[in-house]
Ligand binder design. Structure first.
Ligand code: BGC
Length: 457
């Protein structure tokens, strides 16, 4: 292999690691709250509503971040958007760590949310535009995997600081990876597709020279120009029945992912373990670390098998597990968790639920949403469905404690189990199998007005 190809490979690797860092921050900043919340609640004597506000502020910020990300990444560039989000991550981490009251904390978390929203839209987009075709899928999957790594690291950080109760350090630690990302982005190239989009073709050629082999540059520039010439306006897209059909599918898929109840566990795991009878914060935190570990390791299984077994069989498998585990968890809370056996059974059921989610809904919904949209509407489609993800996330994150306080854990988990069952029926009837089908074929099937479940046929 010649020196130039080696250099190119090395550079793409650096781009991938930096993109993955963005995923890590996303996971870190969403997960850190679970261990910090009990200490913040007592430090500021918060009510249930106020505690929920702290959790939800990030999610509302993320919705805002996703909404502005289309504009920022188009006008100012994907590269700028990631760099700006790293800057906001740094500022948000410091503001959280030094917050003196509830309001400052809520605002700081809102700011962090904006960074998460910007990153969740822009980093995968940037990675897909800079990576060579054959690495595109794995780069996006790695981003998703790094979110779970970030969640696990946040749980470990929380556990380390739990004995001292230093919630400020829990938040403060997130400053360091954010700062590394801030510096690392400065060394990265701008997206060649964006450069062509804003008429800077020669710069695009120069960037492609750093991330592609010499013989690939001209053909890729031509492909980018051909794809851009087909771009149509948002208004035209939103009045196209066919586009609305897949948009609705993507919206429901993201709603299914969030209303599975995943983030009741991700954000409130220690609270759930407390409900299950584990009185000591350290026990609650170790059980939470176990949740993060299962979440991360199971995501690897999904990444390896999603292209072998297909999307739908894995979704059936995962949704059956999440529905059954939540039903049993609800039942366990009815009979009470007074004995040690029932307490450990509660932990096992939570872990089983996480396994079911991480093997299926976690990665597959993101993959499907990246596959079902026609090229011309991909930005809009992914933007709207990502915003849906965060809106539903905010609804679940913002109501869980109220639901548990007013209706009890049995009814709360029962509701999520019921939604899981309906999601299974929806998957059987409306979700296409896209394994081994090219994006062009999916688009052709859509244009031929095939049923949603046959888009991959
Ligand atoms: C979801 C997040 C969730 C995470 C858990 C992602 O796919 O979108 O809401 O916290 O998985 O690993």
């Amino acid at each position: 292999m010649n020196e130039k190809v080696e250099r190119t490979k090395g550079f793409v690797y650096i781009v991938g690691i930096t993109g993955a860092l963005a995923g890590l921050l996303f996971g870190l900043d969403t997960g850190i709250i679970s261990g910090a919340l009990p200490f913040i609640t007592s430090a500021f004597s918060l009510s249930v509503k106020e505690s929920e506000a702290i959790v939800t502020a990030v999610l509302i910020g993320a919705v805002l971040g996703t909404i502005i990300s289309g504009f920022v990444s188009r006008r100012l560039g994907r590269h700028f958007a990631i760099w700006a989000s790293a800057f906001i991550f740094c500022g948000g981490a410091l503001l959280c760590a030094f917050a003196v009251n509830l309001y400052m904390l809520v605002i700081a978390r809102l700011i962090l949310g904006i960074a998460i929203g910007l990153t969740s839209f822009t980093a995968p987009l940037y990675l897909s535009e800079v990576s060579p075709k054959h690495l595109r899928g794995s780069m996006i999957a790695t981003f998703q995997f790094m979110i779970t790594v970030g969640i696990l690291v946040s749980y470990i950080t929380d556990t380390i600081f739990t004995p001292s109760g230093s919630w400020r350090w829990m938040f403060g630690v997130t400053f360091f990876p954010a700062f590394i990302l801030f510096l690392a982005v400065l060394t990265l190239p701008k997206s060649p597709r964006w450069l062509v989009l804003v008429g800077r073709k020669e710069e695009a050629r120069h960037v492609l020279g750093r991330v592609r082999n010499a013989d690939e540059i001209d053909s890729e520039l031509n492909e980018i120009e051909a794809a851009l010439s087909k771009t149509i306006s948002v208004q035209e897209l939103l009045t196209s029945k066919l586009f609305l059909k897949v948009l609705l599918l993507g919206i429901v898929l993201q709603a299914i992912q969030q209303f599975s109840g995943i983030n009741t566990v991700i954000y409130y795991a220690p609270t759930i373990f407390k409900l299950a009878g584990f009185a000591s914060p350290i026990q609650q935190m170790w059980a939470t670390v176990l949740v993060g570990t299962v979440n991360m390791l199971t995501t690897i299984i999904a990444i390896v098998y999603v292209d072998k077994w297909g999307r739908k069989p894995i979704l059936y498998f995962g949704l059956t597990i999440t529905t059954v585990s939540l039903t049993l968890l609800g039942y366990l809370f009815t009979i009470g968790t007074h004995t040690e056996v029932s307490q450990y059974a509660a932990v096992l059921l939570v872990l089983l639920f996480i396994f079911g989610f991480a093997v299926s809904l976690g990665p597959i919904i993101w993959i499907l949403c990246a596959e079902i949209f026609p090229l011309k509407g991909r930005d809009v489609g992914v933007g709207v469905t990502t915003a849906t993800n965060w809106i539903c996330n905010a609804i679940v994150g913002g109501t869980f404690l109220t639901l548990v306080t007013n209706f009890g854990p049995t009814a709360t988990f029962g509701i999520f189990a019921g939604i899981g069952f309906l999601s299974l029926l929806f998957t059987i009837n409306f979700v296409p199998e896209t394994k081994d089908v090219s994006l062009e074929q999916i688009e052709a099937n859509l244009l031929a007005n095939k049923n949603l479940r046959d888009l991959g046929a």
